[in-house]
Design a protein around this ligand. Structure first.
Ligand code: NAD
Length: 260
C-alpha cells in the first residue's frame, strides 16, 4: 500500500512509535527510526524491521528538543530515501507534579519535545509533500489533547497545543493531497506510563498498585490498557489512500475515556 514511500517516525526506538514504524514497514514503507537508547539494541531493531518487511530502515539520533535537529532529521530522510511522505510526530515525555512544584526545566523540556518538535519537523517536511502532492502527517497526541488530568500541566498544555497545530496544518495543506491528523490514545502500556506511576503515587498519596487501578485504569471505561499494535493499526489506516478525506481530526483510541 505504501511501497516506495518513506516514513519518518519520531521517538520510534520504544513503545507506540516503534509499533507505528513496524506497522508502516509492513505496508512497504521505508522507515527512518529516531529516538534514544542503547546503540546495539537500536541496531537490532533497525536490522530486524528491514529483514522482516523487506524495506530499508535508517536510524537517526536527532535530539528533537532542538529545532535545528528536527529540521536536520527531515533533511537526513530526504537525502537518504529521496522524500518524506509520512511524518509521524510521536516522540514525547511526561512529568507528573503539582503545578506549584512543577520544575521549570521539565516544563521547557515537555513543551520543546511534545509540541515544538512537531512544529519544526512539519515545517521542514511540508514543502516536499506539497511539491509531490501527497503527504500524511500523523501526530501522536493523547486523550490529554481533549481533556485534562491534575498534576500534568506541561503534558496537557503541549497535547492541547498539538490539537491546534494539527487542525491548522490540515487547513493549510488540504488542497495538496496532504492530510494531518492527531491520534489521541488513552493509557497504553509503555515505558512512558510505567515511569509515571511512582510520581503519581507521590502526588496523590497512594500506593503504586492503587495508581494503576484507581487512577490509570479508572479513566478508561474498558478497564484495560490499549495496546501499541492497536494504535499502530490506526496510524497505518490514516496513512492509507482510504483515509484521504480524513484531515484535521482527533482520532480517539481511549477505551471510552473522553466520552465520560
Ligand atoms: P516511550 O517512552 O515508550 O517512547 C518515547 C520515545 O521518544 C522513545 O523512543 C524515546 O527515546 C523518544 N525520545 C525521548 N526524548 C527524545 C528526544 N529528546 N528526541 C527524540 N526522541 C526522544 O513512550 P510512548 O508511551 O510510546 O509515547 C509515545 C508518544 O505517545 C508520546 O508522544 C506520548 O505522549 C504519547 N502517548 C502515550 C500514551 C501512553 O499511555 N503510553 C498515551 C497517550 C499518548
Amino acid at each position: 500500500m505504501l511501497k516506495g514511500k518513506t516514513a519518518v517516525v519520531t521517538g520510534s526506538t520504544s513503545g507506540i512509535g516503534l509499533a507505528i514504524a513496524k506497522g508502516l514497514a509492513g505496508e512497504g514503507c521505508n522507515i527512518v527510526l529516531n529516538g534514544f537508547g542503547d546503540a546495539g539494541e537500536i541496531e537490532k531493531l533497525r536490522a530486524g524491521i528491514e529483514a522482516e518487511h523487506g524495506v530499508k530502515v535508517a536510524y537517526n539520533a536527532a535530539d528533537l528538543t532542538k529545532g535545528s535537529e528536527c529540521a536536520a532529521l527531515i533533511k537526513f530522510a530526504e537525502d537518504t530515501f529521496g522524500s518524506v511522505d509520512v511524518l509521524v510526530n510521536n516522540a514525547g515525555v511526561q512529568h507528573v507534579a503539582p503545578i506549584e512544584e512543577f520544575p521549570a526545566d521539565k516544563w521547557d523540556l515537555i513543551i520543546a519535545l511534545n509540541l515544538s518538535a512537531a512544529f519544526h519537523a512539519t515545517r521542514a517536511a511540508v514543502p516536499g509533500m506539497k511539491a509531490r502532492k501527497w503527504g500524511r502527517i500523523i501526530n501522536t497526541a493523547s486523550a490529554h489533547a481533549l481533556v485534562a488530568s491534575p498534576f500534568k500541566s506541561a503534558y496537557v498544555a503541549a497535547k492541547h497545543g498539538i490539537a491546534g497545530l494539527t487542525k491548522t496544518v490540515a487547513l493549510e495543506t488540504a488542497t495538496f493531497g496532504i492530510t494531518c491528523n492527531a491520534i489521541c490514545p488513552g493509557y497504553v502500556w509503555t515505558p512512558l506510563v510505567e515511569k509515571q506511576i511512582p510520581d503519581t503515587a507521590k502526588a496523590r498519596g497512594m500506593t503504586e498498585e492503587q495508581v494503576k487501578h484507581d487512577v490509570i485504569l479508572a479513566a478508561q471505561p474498558t478497564k484495560e490498557f490499549i495496546t501499541v499494535e492497536e494504535v499502530a493499526a490506526l496510524a497505518v489506516f490514516l496513512a492509507s489512500d482510504a483515509a484521504r478525506s480524513i484531515t484535521g481530526s482527533m482520532q480517539q483510541i481511549d477505551g471510552g475515556w473522553v466520552a465520560e
